[in-house]
Write a protein that binds this ligand. Sequence first.
Ligand code: SF4
Length: 419
Amino acid sequence: MSATVQALKNQLLNDIELKSEIGVEGINLEPEIFKTLALGTEYQEQVHTLFEFDHEAHEDIPLPCGFTNPNDVHFGFKWDRRSYFDIIREDGSYLLRKKGKELFPIAFNKRPKYFELKGSDGTPFKTVGNYAPGELAGSTLNVAYSNECALKETGLDCLFCNANATAARYAHKEGVTWKNPRLIGEALKAAWELDGVRHFTLTGGFIPERREVDYYLDVAEAIVDIAGLEDFNGTAVIGAPLDLEIIDKYAESAFRTLSINLEVWNPHYFEIINPGKSSQLGGRGNWIKALEYAAKKFGWGKVRTSFVTGIEPKNFTIEGVEYLASIGVISLTGGWNVGIGSALEGHRTPEPAWHWDMYNKAHDILKKYGFKHQDYFDVSPGANTLVGDLFAVEEELFPIQKELTQNELTAKDSSRKSA
Ligand code: SF4
């Protein structure tokens, strides 16, 4: 590897570490700076289809979803007025600063074209799912069939989760509601054709397993019929079924991958953090059995779980990532973003260095078991996950890396010819 290629890798890793730090700290800005930004027409506005990620509520303040830096690294945007990062507008450009020192100019995410459109029942597509743009393997559409979790009825919501609080705060205002399979098929068709979506996730709250499987299979059928996509690279996110053979039905459907989210690994944490998952659907033992069963049915790299990292000590999560990778299951290890409206509101996630170390350790484990960027992308709800970025740097997938390698090859070729 040439010195320039290595220098670029190091630069990208610095950007990704910064992204990890911003994920913890959020970003401050004065909403007035958007007076001149066409949010909601030219640039993508936030729509709360399941969670609120900002560190404060903003019912009447439209905010952007994210931005890229000059190296094409995507950053998510979470508003936090206490943050030492801020975005300012200067001479017509937007600049990211850390403690008042300019880092780089940024470009907010462009609004996807399908956001302009509506389903045949008149529902605006922008309320159907969470869209994340991506150039490395494609963009992603993450649909929550219901923006409310049925655990609300029992008071057993996962302690970190703010889905029900987010629905109560924004759903009426933003028009987010339950989605029928046809609407999802129509929205995915438009996003696939117009905005380069190449991975689809279907998720939602807790519903009884029989109803869940019927609904998911209806969505898969609607996508095949309406979008004409036999393989839409879809991940079905489900609760662990008591009858494990229900997983066979998902494996026979058009979903390519399956997700059963543990959130934390240690049994004691599992019981406390996930009271609903723990007291219903067979408890932790059944959730792990379901992952093991699914790994055999779907195959290597076709099943994933999600951990909310930073709630339990790091070694517990690492133990889970390692065990699951050894049976072919990919763990997503997104950092705990303390959700406003969740039972843990007011707590703090670990420091940025803790999260950066966790991301790298998770990446090292997955790499050791042979997983690649494409495997990770195929099970991720977002196109620009942090561990996905680490895979991409390693595999030289960033556009700027490809360009540099190409330039170096061309230079070598022309010097050979002139010699
Ligand atoms: S199961 Fe837990 S994480 Fe999922 S929506 Fe319900 S409360 Fe939230």
